[in-house]
Design a protein around this ligand. Structure first.
Ligand code: NDP
Length: 318
């Protein structure tokens, strides 16, 4: 039994770069969008440090500042931001039905901008030590690594960025890459390689995180898959930088997803079920983008989704 029932013209799921850009455009079209901020308010930018590639900031901008400004811009034009996340969703009938705990929202259109979340190794010992030396957010937890020797897992730009950032706190950073080669861009890799506090391990897998009994990370059991060597690296922190998983599981069976769980889109933002478009529902940002995954592309598709919503509602006579 619902406690509260609302009817909306448009609801935006997620408050990262895509969701907030959609909110700015929808609000300026007087649609009074409701933004459900989700599990990670502000999305990935809110846990980043310096963003150097967002046009308009020649000296870079802090991710949280960029998000805060977008929120102000969206609310200035009438968007409503709500600290809530979805528990159920039904896209089979219109208006679409969203469940938030005991409350229900019916919405004539929906923009899915639920982003992607950090990927974990999946080891039981890793999961047991989250918050006790294991972290997926260098910006949030870097300070706690002050004066310690630590490890960063991954070989892409995220891992390089984390490793470089963490040299501000840690005395030594060991970057552990499971492959022979790095996925990182040349500029990021060169910065990390040139840094005297960063050391690299290649072809190396983390087999176990030590310290579960003590609830305090003591080291990592490592395995070199090329040489077969096994050893323990004594570190006090392990930061994950191994990519992200799209937050689209709740749409399984209601929308077409690809093999990795990203929402499949046609012409940028249109979603489908069994190949048939679902009018009034759009996806933007990292939840549907496995290729670019940039703040600016998320903003771009957020804008497109809002323009499509506006057109759709107008066609419906709203
Ligand atoms: P990527 O997908 O680029 O890289 C993921 C890395 O994690 C790879 O090295 C991969 O290894 C490794 N990995 C994945 N799963 C595991 C696992 N289970 N165990 C161990 N290692 C694993 O993700 P990123 O998050 O680094 O980057 C995503 C996008 O964001 C990229 O386009 C990047 O350029 C961009 N980005 C840009 C930044 C900037 O410009 N400042 C900063 C951060 C990201 P393998 O190669 O073996 O698969």
């Amino acid at each position: 039994m619902s406690d509260q029932i609302e009817i909306r013209d448009t609801v935006i799921l997620g408050s990262g770069c895509a969701g907030l850009t959609a909110a700015i455009y929808a609000a300026r079209s007087n649609l009074k969008p409701l933004v459900l901020e989700g599990h990670e308010p502000g999305g990935q930018l809110s846990i980043t440090t310096l963003v150097e590639n967002f046009p308009g900031w020649p000296d870079g901008v802090q991710g949280p500042e960029l998000i805060e400004n977008m929120k102000k811009q969206a609310t200035r034009f009438g968007a409503e931001l709500r600290m809530a996340h979805l528990s159920t969703v039904d896209l089979t009938t219109t208006p679409f039905t969203l469940g938030i705990g005991k409350d229900t929202i019916h919405t004539r259109s929906l923009i899915i901008a639920s982003g992607a979340s950090a990927r974990w190794l999946g080891l039981p010992s890793e999961q047991a030590l989250i918050g006790f030396g294991v972290s997926s957010c260098a910006t949030c937890d870097g300070f706690f690594a002050s004066g310690k020797e630590i490890a960063v897992i991954g070989g892409g730009d995220s891992a390089m960025e984390e490793a470089l950032f963490l040299t501000r706190f840690a005395t030594k950073v060991t970057l552990i890459n499971r492959s022979e080669n790095f996925r990182a861009s040349r500029i990021m890799l060169e910065r990390a390689v040139a840094h005297p506090q960063i050391e690299f391990l290649h072809n190396t897998l983390v087999e176990e995180v030590l310290g579960v009994e003590e609830k305090d990370l003591k080291g990592l059991k490592l395995f070199n898959k090329k040489t077969g060597e096994r050893w323990t690296l004594p570190v006090s922190f392990m930061f994950l930088g191994i990519g992200h998983i799209p937050n689209a599981r709740m749409f399984e069976g209601q929308l077409d997803l690809d093999a990795d769980g990203y929402i499949k889109t046609q012409e940028n933002v249109f979603v489908s079920m069994m190949g048939q478009r679902i009018p009034g529902v759009y996806a933007c940002g990292d939840v549907q983008d496995r290729r670019y995954r940039q703040a600016i592309t998320a903003a771009g598709t957020g804008c497109m989704a809002a323009l499509e919503v506006e057109k759709y509602l107008e066609e419906q006579g709203r």
